[in-house]
Design a protein around this ligand. Structure first.
Ligand code: NDP
Ligand code: OXD
Length: 309
């Protein structure tokens, strides 16, 4: 039996419909159903409340209905021996590409500057159009980062990416290690964070690192808010070392009303929408993984609890 939990009945209803269509024989329940918690073997979740997992004594594994699993890995009600399986892409890579193209085109067309000038009723064109595309640096060349990197490379951008382990990615300069990280920062005009939040990447977007970017570079954070030191970013924007920050994720979500990002003219805020999970594709992955597990095979998207992603 799979227990599905979003904490939102409408959303759960839609996912239940997808499960019914794709796996009519699979028993999927939600909080609305009368269930014996002992019967639940698997749960599919997004952001459950503290102690949620303690209710299920016979749990065999958790399906994260998201790409990021930092919040699950950090919980104290889940034994680290319990497998966590996360979503791989599930429609998100193309949405990330669209989001990042919007940012790149904003910079190329100086539209961020015109939005600021509009607020001041200031009719001031730049002297000319930017002759070159920004050099793109992507932190995290995983399931999502690699697809973003390749698309930008195909579109004629110069793209570097940073990952933990070395790899060949056609059209993309792949960098690893501390030296690779600094090299990437030094030649990046548009820095994209797509790293998972782990002990090794928490607060990685700090002053010492961000000031290695060339003067006038911009940042997009679509990884996790905990990876950014907010006050360091603000100080680098205020001194004009950085031009623009486009932020989709925050250490506290929703972003509190009194946070200085809201009113900052060089910050664009989106409410954790860079990419939505597409339920049809996500359900397909969960169903296939349940089949794999039943046959004793390794599931896809299995999280390495020691690495935290
Ligand atoms: P993956 O786990 O597939 O990729 C992670 C990448 O980061 C890998 O390339 C990995 O390297 C690299 N990495 C991890 N740790 C380090 C490190 N210490 N140093 C250098 N590189 C490192 O994740 P996804 O691509 O699926 O997702 C990335 C993140 O995007 C998620 O964790 C989530 O936080 C965020 N996200 C945000 C969304 C939004 O709407 N804003 C939606 C979906 C995801 P290697 O390849 O060597 O293992
Ligand atoms: C995420 C997601 O990890 O939405 O942010 O999948």
């Amino acid at each position: 039996m799979l227990y599905l939990h979003f904490g939102d009945e409408r959303e759960e209803g839609y996912w239940l419909k997808c499960f019914k269509q794709q796996a009519p024989g699979l028993q999927v329940v939600t909080a609305k159903d009368k269930l014996a918690p002992e019967a639940v073997k698997w749960v599919g979740v997004w952001n459950p409340k503290p102690n949620f997992f303690k209710a299920f004594p016979n749990l065999q594994g958790v399906f994260a209905l998201s790409a990021g699993v930092d919040a699950l890995v950090a919980r104290d009600d889940l034994p680290s021996s319990l497998p966590i399986m996360r979503l791989l892409d599930a429609g998100m890579a193309q949405q990330m590409i669209d989001y990042l193209l919007w940012v790149a085109l904003t910079l190329q067309g100086d539209f961020d500057l015109y939005l600021q000038r509009q607020k001041q009723k200031n009719w001031q064109p730049e002297l000319s159009k930017n002759p070159t595309k920004p050099r793109v640096g992507i932190l995290g060349l995983g399931t999502l980062g690699i697809k973003v990197a390749q698309k930008f490379s195909q579109l004629g951008y110069s793209v570097s990416g940073w990952k933990r382990t070395a790899a060949f990615v056609e059209g993309v300069e792949v960098l690893v290690g501390d030296e690779g990280f600094v090299n990437l920062l030094k030649k990046t005009d548009l820095l994209v964070n797509l790293l998972p939040n782990t002990a090794a990447t928490n607060k990685i977007l700090n002053k010492a690192n961000l000031e290695k970017l060339p003067q006038g570079a911009s940042l997009v954070n679509i990884g996790r808010g905990q990876q950014l030191v907010d006050k360091d970013l603000i100080s680098l924007l205020d001194t004009q070392h950085l031009r623009l920050a486009v932020l989709d994720v925050f250490s506290t979500e929703p972003l509190p009303e009194n946070h200085p990002f809201w009113a900052h003219s060089q910050v664009i805020i989106t409410p954790h929408i860079a990419a939505y999970t597409l339920p049809e594709l996500a359900v397909e992955q969960v169903v296939n993984n349940l089949k794999r597990l039943a046959k004793g095979e390794k599931p896809t998207g299995l999280v390495d609890s020691t690495l935290g992603y």
